[in-house]
Design a protein around this ligand. Structure first.
Ligand SMILES: *Cc1c(COP(=O)(O)O)cnc(C)c1O
Length: 403
């Protein structure tokens, strides 16, 4: 039978120690997670501002559901585009200082909409090698020639652009790389897009709400002009603490997406209550409280790095060069990384171990992610535990494990 092949394939995944399992949380999203009856100090979520469990946003969602109902009932282009969805798009466009924004149910769907709507057969896409999986899928879907340049290598990108005679060119990049926490050089990318008349698609899943003035995102951080060639994709399930995503750009290009993007047209609009929650979240993000949360997050990042840098050097680990809330500690081998994650777990601390193929071989790591909901004491608990583990468990990283 056709399904019987799956058994050995699943066994093979298991034999490599690569079976993924979901842990069931009996607690809300936050620094402390209840799993299997244990209370764990967690550094896993992308809830960078600590808003996922904010009672004001939950209340806005509850009020929104009572006012507008649980479901939208149809796609946006049919009858599912309710007033809260529209207000959210207008608020997002205003916040990003762009002409228009369009709301999607998820960032994955926004990316699948963006790339194939802008380029197709005979065109060329230029993508950073460490781009998020959803961008890789989006590039495959568009049928354009795909060129991947080494991570953040602008000289290599320029050589590829100069050599291309494609009709339309599109550069696509994560703004903050999800497994490394470092940033794309958006200023140089923008210059290259101008020089070679290319689209520039920026996926700011990890920058929106966190970076730039008032959390406007990575384009604000770099001060990019609101050019028609720049498309900004921000997700709303990470720092914004709810779910969904948006693309902001010129009025014309957003209209083009609305007319053409299949992952927008052929899907039911998300619940209007989600839009109500997001309007509340956006108020917090761009206000004074948002500034305070971002400042606290920066304090935590600086503190963690200060504590981990000497420890990593002594243990033969590598603290990635990241200034963002994603702070990877590169251990090297898979087993060594799992051993450190397990030793943390024994101390009731939860940090995900990220292994190949998500990251390159020999670069397995702990992906520590910080949130404004963490306290300095909690960050110290993590640093203390890692100090203890480094003293007892760490084997030197294998040669070649450095980036
Ligand atoms: C999380 C993420 C996405 C997907 O966004 P969702 O709203 O979770 O679907 C896209 N790009 C990057 C870089 C991400 O980290």
């Amino acid at each position: 039978m056709i399904w019987e092949e799956l058994g050995p394939q699943l066994d093979a995944i298991d034999a490599e120690g690569l079976t993924r399992r979901r842990r069931i949380l009996d607690s809300n999203c936050g620094p402390e997670a209840v799993v299997d009856g244990r209370l764990l100090l967690a550094f896993c979520s992308n809830d960078y501002l600590g808003l996922a469990n904010d009672p004001r946003i939950a209340q806005a969602m509850a009020d929104g559901a009572l006012r507008w109902g649980a479901g939208s009932g149809a796609a946006h282009l049919v009858s599912g585009h309710l007033r809260p969805h529209h207000e959210l798009e207008e608020a997002l466009a205003w916040f990003e200082a762009r002409h228009r924004a369009i709301y999607f149910s998820t960032g994955y769907m926004a990316n699948l909409a963006l790339v194939p709507t802008l380029v197709g057969r005979g065109d060329a896409v230029f993508a950073d090698k460490l781009n998020h999986a959803s961008l890789i899928d989006a590039v495959q879907l568009c049928r354009a020639d795909s060129h991947r340049y080494p991570h953040r290598d602008m000289a290599a990108l320029e050589r590829l652009l100069a050599a291309s005679d494609a009709r339309h060119k599109l550069i696509v990049t994560d703004a903050v790389f999800s497994m490394d926490g470092d940033m794309a050089p958006l200023d140089t990318l923008y210059e290259l897009a101008e020089k070679y008349d290319a689209w520039l698609v920026i996926d700011d899943a990890h920058g929106f709400g966190v970076l730039g003035p008032h959390g406007q995102g990575s384009t604000g951080h770099f001060g990019l002009p609101p050019s028609g060639r720049v498309l900004y994709m921000g997700t709303l399930g990470k720092a914004a603490g709810v779910s969904g995503a948006f693309v902001a750009g010129s009025a014309r290009v957003i209209e083009w997406l609305l007319q053409r993007a299949r992952s927008y047209i052929f899907t039911t609009a998300s619940s209007p209550a989600v839009a109500c929650a997001l309007l509340k979240s956006l108020d917090i993000i761009r206000g004074e409280e948002g500034d305070q949360r971002r400042a606290h997050l920066q304090t935590l990042i600086a503190h963690l790095r200060q504590r981990l840098a000497p420890l990593a050097a002594a243990a033969g680990w590598e603290l990635a060069a990241s200034e963002t809330a994603i702070q990877p500690l590169i251990i090297g081998g898979n087993q060594a990384t799992l051993a450190v994650a397990k030793a943390l777990d024994e101390r009731n601390i939860w940090v995900p171990a990220i292994r190949p193929p998500t990251v390159p071989k020999g670069h397995a790591r702990l992906r520590i992610s910080l949130s404004a909901a963490h306290t300095l004491e909690q960050v110290d608990r993590l640093a203390d535990a890692l100090t203890d583990i480094a003293a007892h468990h760490a084997a030197p990283a294998p040669a070649g494990a450095k980036a």
